[in-house]
Design a protein around this ligand. Structure first.
Ligand SMILES: *Cc1c(COP(=O)(O)O)cnc(C)c1O
Length: 382
């Protein structure tokens, strides 16, 4: 039996012990992708070695890397004047790379605007301010929704925008607080968006952005990789302090292979992109994502038992935090959920309660199973 047949046969059987995984990250991956990786693990395309054991400079690996990029370009319809970089250090290292690159060539006079809507955008501005304090430039918080405990997004009319800012940074989906900004803000400065937990969940117009970045371990693939999509005119502005490895110009010139990239994560990301194309692309996956989110929010809203406090227009379709009216039942809820095969529902410590992350690889069936469990659990306590 060849590998392809083995993979298909396995797919037809119910895969052993694949439970419903609502982990916020590293998150669920499509079973089909894991089966393909498994089938190719020992002997990649008859080469007698695993893809992990190949030089990143070999023509075979370079082809895999380029195909992954092309697939991502097709999925997101990335215009030709954007570079796509496959880097390391996670989204968190981009919190440093962004100011070091985009404020860099202004002799300390550059300005950047940041919108704070939750934990992740909060970390991004905190890191940028470190460089501002060292004289790299000026970093301004245009508004924060801290007063609402990050359950909404400040009205744009209240934002204190800086004239001539080099960029405007925001987090498109706050993974911990479950707050999503669906429309790109309309500001003059180039938009820089942390899309770690919402990239590929629905179509977006890339041309509205200066830079999009996303750690891989939510909707792209395994940890160890961060993808940066950057408009070409923003490349080549790095500060002289910027480490060579973080300079977008260096990475763009070397096709993200200035040093050894995260080869296995990049390969697996390629398999996930291929899977997404087979599902019908972002329009198709967005439709399922909307269904999943609607079902879960409806279950919460229809009950007297569960609460989600996020302003309905900003409710995330990827991360759904909720609390039980009676938090003394939290531990029992989690234990019984786990017995029912529903894993990783404990909320982030900053927010408490529960959180269901329902990324692309989490099926409608898994969300249905969660909703059924929630209703049954609530009824039992009544
Ligand atoms: C997970 C996450 C991060 C951090 O990603 P790392 O890869 O762990 O650095 C940053 N921003 C958002 C929105 C995230 O969801």
């Amino acid at each position: 039996m060849n590998q392809a047949t083995a993979a298909t046969n396995l797919k037809q059987e119910t895969p052993v012990n694949r439970l419903h995984n609502f982990c916020a990250g590293p998150a669920s991956l499509p079973t089909e992708v894991l089966l393909k990786a498994q089938a190719e693990m020992l002997d990649w395309e008859g080469k007698g070695v695993s893809i992990m054991e190949m030089s990143h400079r070999s023509s075979d690996y370079v082809k895999v890397a380029q195909e992954a990029e092309q697939s991502l370009r097709r999925l997101m319809q990335i215009p030709d004047n954007y570079k796509v970089l496959f880097l390391q250090g996670g989204a968190t290292l981009q919190f440093s790379a962004i100011p070091l690159n985009l404020l860099g060539d202004q002799d300390g006079k550059g300005k950047a605007d940041y919108l704070t809507t939750g934990a992740w955008s909060g970390k991004a501005i905190k890191e940028a301010k470190r460089y501002a304090q060292l004289g790299l430039g000026e970093v301004n918080e245009v508004a924060s929704s801290k007063d609402s405990n990050f359950t909404t997004v400040p009205e744009q009319s209240e934002w204190q925008l800086t004239e001539g800012a080099e960029y405007f940074h925001y987090c498109a989906n706050e993974t911990i607080h479950g707050v999503q900004i669906f429309q790109p803000p309309q500001v003059d400065a180039p938009l820089v968006a942390d899309m770690s937990s919402c990239i590929l969940s629905e179509p977006i117009d890339v041309s509205k952005f200066g830079l999009i970045y996303a750690g891989a371990q939510k909707n792209i693939g395994p940890a160890g990789l961060v993808i940066v999509i950057i408009r070409e005119d923003l490349i080549g502005k790095a500060s002289e302090w910027c480490p060579a490895l973080l300079d977008y110009a260096n990475q763009a010139n070397k096709d993200s292979m200035l040093n050894t990239p995260a080869t296995y994560s990049w390969y697996l990301a390629g398999l996930v992109f291929e899977w997404l194309e087979q599902q019908g692309g972002l329009e198709a996956i967005a439709k399922i994502n909307r269904q999943k989110a609607e079902l879960l929010y409806k279950t919460i809203d229809d009950s007297e038992f569960y609460i989600n406090k996020v302003d309905p227009q900003y409710r995330s379709i990827m991360n759904v935090p909720f609390t039980l009216k009676d938090s003394s039942l939290d531990a029992q809820f989690l234990a019984e959920a786990e017995q029912a095969g529903l894993l990783n529902l404990k909320g982030h410590r900053d927010v408490g309660g529960m959180r269901a992350s329902i990324y692309n690889a989490v099926s409608l069936e898994s969300v249905q199973a969660l909703c059924d469990f929630m209703i049954e659990f609530a009824n039992k306590q009544a």
